[in-house]
Design a protein around this ligand. Sequence first.
Ligand SMILES: [Zn+2]
Ligand SMILES: [Zn+2]
Length: 161
Amino acid sequence: MACTDPVRLCLDWHVRPHLAHAVLEENGDRVRARCPSCGTRRTLTVSAGKDARLTWNCFQCERPELRGALIAAGVPSRCIPLSRSDERDVLAAVTAAAEQGTPADRAQTLLRVYLIALGYARWPQGAELEKLAGCCGVSRAQAYAARKAGALMTSPGTPST
Ligand SMILES: [Zn+2]
Ligand SMILES: [Zn+2]
């Protein structure tokens, strides 16, 4: 369910407080901040798009990973929904990951499905992985075991960037 607050309020209230060195620009239509994914200052922009949705971009990051990093930083996933075209790819990858699960690794399957649903194509790094595992109730040990078990996506259907 996407955020229902007006997009500029969403940007100021739901997004800006979670980002480091965040500055409102363009009369409140854009936030510029340090990128939570690559850590570079002032390379991340989150903007109120014409269709009343937020768009986000970092000069140095691939978009699927960036969305996950924003969510790990505390930005609600409903405020930065996937685009329609990304949604289709992600849905196919989520379905494949769920079907590949076994009774013995349900926690790992849940984590895979959650991360792929967030837009990840590869396992996130330590702190980000732990934070996101916590978001779906998977323990740190299970998260690292899952990462060790193999690539995040084992089938074709990597979300397009
Ligand atoms: Zn919002
Ligand atoms: Zn970045």
